[in-house]
Design a protein. Sequence first.
Length: 826
Amino acid sequence: MQASLNKLNKIFQLEAQRQYDNRAVMGGIEKMLRGWEAEARADDVNEQLINAVTSQLRNYEDLEPEYRAIAINNVWQRIQREVGDPNRKAGSPKNKTQPERTKLIRIKERPVAQRPKEAAPKPAARKAKPPKHPRVEGAPMGLDAPTTVLNGVGTVNAKRLEKLGVYTLGDMLYHFPRRYDDFSQLTPIAGLMYGNEVTIIGTIRSVANRPVKANRSIVEVLVDDGSGALRVTWFNQPWMARNLKAGEEIVLAGRVDQFQGRLTMSNPEWELPDKEQLHTNRIVPVYPLSADVGQRWLRGMMKRVVAYWAPRLPDPLPPALLSATGVMPLADALQQAHFPDSNEKLQAARQRLAFDELLLLQLAVLIQKKAWQGQKATRFEAPRAWLDQQIARLPFALTAAQVTALADLLRDLNSGRPMNRLLQGDVGSGKTVVAAICMAAVARQSAQAALMAPTSILAEQHYTTLQKLLVGAHGLRAEELRLIVGSTPESEKQEIRQDLHEGKIKVVVGTHTLIEDPILFAELEMVVIDEQHRFGVGQRAALRAKGTNPHLLVMTATPIPRSLALTLYGDLDLSVIGELPPGRREVSTQLMLPNERQRAYDLIRREVDAGRQAFIIYPLIEESETGQALSAVEEEKRLKKTVFAGLKLKLLHGRMPSDEKEKAMAAFRDSKAQVLVSTTVIEVGVDIPNASVMLIEGADHFGLAQLHQLRGRVGRGANQSYCILIPSGENASENERLKALLETSDGFMLAEKDLQQRGPGQFLGGQQAGFLDFRLASLSDGRLIDKARRHAEELLAADPTLANAEHRALAAALKQYLRDGKGDLS
Ligand code: ADP
Ligand code: MG
């Protein structure tokens, strides 16, 4: 295959890894194609193929990521058809060398449990997507009309719009621009500067259509506005020559470019000056597109719909709230969000619409919380003497933070209402023991408690811990505490089922098996979920459903900034263990450049010689052709043969079958290997006190919060531990970002930074971000979240069921919101 096509392949792969963010190459795919055309021609790639590539990817920037994926796949298939595929197995752009981290971050993914009607989130399955716009009671029925009522939209165009999730006129109102081009600066040609985004108005002096090669053409137009003249070109749009005539006025908008030392514009937006200006001379909306829907066409349709319907939409916010919040009225906000008069108005409009989203979410979670609080639950007491006994049995003294959290939990247990609490604490802060005492209190009254962990190795670890903490004098009998995981022999499972059903087992620890297995409990009164972000809503609900209103405790080591906690877990009470047990030494953290790697290896050697163990983490499972980062599989092979010859290494990554993963982990835990070479699958709370080095390769590929979690795998024993970060390059700003880890070991602070730097989608890693499918709101906007929370609380305090007349529209909007399956977070 020609070099130019190979290059495309690599870029496509990288783009796929990056979830089609159009940043695989500097300046984006479209820009890259300009240079690529020449390379391809020099490579003798046939002209039709070049044309196919450039035309299919011409709108790449404007496409939503899932359509970008389609476009790239189409192009790649086309290339394969044409030239055959010498490396078919490895060659498809969507091949296996994706970093594990991004595997989760599917675009627009939503947990299936949330939307039972919707099939898997493939583009082809989007048909079932419910309308975009929140239907407001009293809203004109016209908004539910299909897009075909618009002049110029027939069944074909309607189908194309459906691909964007736009079915009705109301959906159009809520189909917001992806970005805006500020062409509001009308500039004389003499004043143009390279790189400016401008609008010019001038007279066409000449129009020339130059066919370049087969299928290709350049339309060249000279425009003069009295101050000067500018040459403007359109590539491969021969019809432009028919649209434009010398002597006519024209409005042009775009970026000022440079060609052979002269200023120019290529493919600018244009229109005639006698019409209302939509594409030029204003802040121009740029909409997300699907294939076959053109920007100009859509903009025109949007203009008509917005102008007519926005003023006719009732505002769900009651007047009192409008004036208390000072947000822009809905009609203005919709108009300004699509066709802003100024940047200030645009910001205000987006704030208003974001506020709506956050307010609805907060109303939903607060009402949810109320509903839970309205339910009854069995009371569990922890009499002083008993509690003292339990605490005295522990091999250590509880930290003050543990005591406070425990007090919260015990209060919940004895409240007569079901506990609904998130226990948050940095890795190693000691959440398990707090949960254990609560489970003991439940068992003490002969009821049952279940602890669910995401992997069997973690479940085993918890089981061992609980055995130490709970079994013995003043505690449980050994047979009252059991472990059930996937690999538990069927005969033993049988027995456990039986004993759970008869109530002989008081505390059970397990994995998903707890919910997948037809287990029945005699009296399940408390459910504890560890590393809750590893479970879907459905799984948590399934375990909870095995009891009647059991107390629910979810635990997480992911430090969640307050704004996020309020949105993600707004329906849960929050306890935080904000300190580590005493005597822990801070992990010594260092940033090394790739050429200093040998120092890291030396350190690992030294530690291993002293009897300790090391983790080495890579961002990729296997080598990618783009060679962007090192990978676990190749590096394990290399290290075993070279640097660490003679040591025992184990390999662990996400594509191994789960029993093999567990085996590798167990071997490392049992000190049968000294070095664990892994991807981020080891992230979850495994406790291996003997491990003292965490080496993270390609550290720039990870978020701060994730790096902090990885670092938390070491420093759990008495020895000094080390965390070494090696970025894959010498990118200064990236390495600056990583320095935050050297400066603090405060997980919350790092999480806050991470959220600001990378946004919530990256921060949460897929699954959870999917819940919060905001159109305009951002989880990093803590102030707006707080504001929404405050007003939601006030509204509900005054009118708990939103029954008052002035809240009718809001109540209806909320009802619709809940019907769409949103707002059910835990
Ligand atoms: P995490 O919050 O990450 O789940 P664990 O519950 O696994 O943390 O506890 C980490 C380690 O710290 C365990 O080995 C546990 O026994 C120990 N530990 C917990 N609380 C204390 C304490 N107050 N003092 C000393 N060690 C503690
Ligand atoms: Mg834990």
